[in-house]
Ligand binder design. Structure first.
Ligand code: ZN
Length: 413
């Protein structure tokens, strides 16, 4: 034991000397914490986010997430964090995450909202939403007590590839449904399109979720809709007489696997550049979706409505506004918004006529494929209609009610 203690002493001494040599460094590591830390941050699991961390002299965890960079652009993003704290039960843990200096459309993003939340789980099953304290300089302060030897901390309730695989396994057993692999992601993961319902139903709906890796809300919403449609109850039967649903449930699988925020493995934003055909090498996730869409159009099965489901801090339905006569589309979107308000907890409304975001899936599907399409954002900080912070169950309930929304949307169209 004496030898170990001596070794630690030498290590500490060396560390002090090294740190002394970098006297100007802003990170001051008190030497004794090098040996004495009782908190470990584990990121070696599915969807965990890459990060650097250390314990400061006050025993706090200081973390810096790794930015997700857009290819050939100044843009970078850190929204997602997902890590596991390992420490003794009862330990008071303080975490300061330091670097939310996101660059968005070439500009530094605004400060973190007072409404910022995080989710915590002590069993990796049941999650609870809690407030973070935004600190000056785009940092967040999280404090909690260990209720188990492990605490999972995340920006939103995670939905992982393993969750998707469970859903796909359930779908495959169902007579009314199928799972088709349409291609591979940049890193070689399979991209699936799920079909639920009869291919010859009068109307067709297409949904995409998780183009941006942190936005798990879209996956939970799809989960709810799929549950409802496969429930075989009277409502589900009525819906599926009217429409067939096609879903690309997790477009950015590589980003989800690696716990990243936004871009695909090549730094490509899967909700941009939809005004031109996607590059098969840089953006295979979009390329294979386009190929599938071309096949659908050729087979006379063009979707009648398409929604790309996202998470942001606004929660709007983003109406596409390409050039030309879009009056029929606009009146359909008005109907969709009204039905969302009527049948779900949606209250946010839609974007104003002055807002246009060319290159999104909503715009590209409209302009290039003649499909009525929109980007549907889910507010990940607060659900005004429920007066609460969102958890998976709230998005699942939204998805369950979307079945009725689409039924009424298509009825009489
Ligand atoms: Zn998004």
């Amino acid at each position: 034991m004496k030898q170990v203690a001596f070794f630690i002493f030498v290590l500490s001494h060396l560390a002090n000397q090294v740190l002394g040599a970098f006297g100007g460094s802003h990170i001051h590591v008190k030497a004794d914490t090098l040996a004495a830390s009782k908190i470990f941050i584990n990121t070696a699991f599915e969807n965990a986010s890459p990060m650097n961390w250390h314990i400061d002299s006050a025993g706090r965890v200081i973390g810096q997430m790794v930015y997700d960079h857009e290819r050939f652009s100044p843009n970078r993003a850190v929204n997602h964090y997902h890590f596991r704290v390992e420490a003794a039960v009862g330990t008071e843990v303080t975490v300061i995450l330091e670097n939310f200096d996101n660059i968005w459309n070439g500009r530094l993003a605004s400060d973190l909202s007072e409404k910022s939340r995080y989710v915590v789980s002590f069993d990796n099953k049941k999650w609870e939403s809690r407030s973070v304290v935004p600190l000056p300089g785009r940092r967040v302060f999280i404090k909690f007590k260990m209720e188990a030897p492990q605490a999972y901390i995340a920006s939103v309730e995670p939905y992982r590839i393993s969750d998707l695989n469970k859903m796909l396994a359930r779908i495959k057993q169902h007579k009314l449904a199928s799972v088709t692999t349409i291609g591979k992601t940049s890193e070689g993961r399979s991209l699936e399109i799920v079909r639920i319902g009869n291919e010859n139903a009068p109307k067709r709906l297409f949904l995409r979720a998780r183009a941006h890796a942190f936005e798990a809300g879209g996956n939970w919403t799809v989960e709810g809709l799929v549950q409802k449609l496969l429930s075989n109850d009277d409502d589900a039967k009525r819906y599926l007489k009217t429409y067939c649903v096609y879903i690309l449930p997790m477009a950015n699988k590589d980003g989800v696997a690696r716990g990243k925020t936004r871009f695909n493995a090549n730094g490509y934003d899967l909700n941009r550049k939809w005004d031109v055909p996607a590059d098969s090498l840089i953006a295979p996730e979009n390329y294979y979706l386009e190929q599938w869409l071309h096949r659908m159009v050729k087979a006379n099965k063009r979707p009648d409505l398409a929604l790309d489901i996202h998470n942001d801090a606004g929660g709007y339905l983003h109406i596409s506004r390409p050039d030309g006569d879009i009056s029929a589309y606009l009146s359909n979107m008005e109907k969709l918004e009204m039905l969302l308000r009527k049948h779900t907890w949606f209250t946010a409304g839609s974007t104003k006529p002055s807002f246009r975001n060319p290159g999104t899936l909503g715009e590209g599907f409209m302009e290039r494929f003649g499909i009525h399409a929109a980007v549907y954002e889910l507010n990940y900080e607060w659900i005004a209609g429920l007066n609460k912070a969102p958890l998976a169950e709230d998005w699942v309930s939204l998805g369950q009610n979307l079945g009725e929304v689409f039924y009424n949307y298509f009825k009489g169209n």
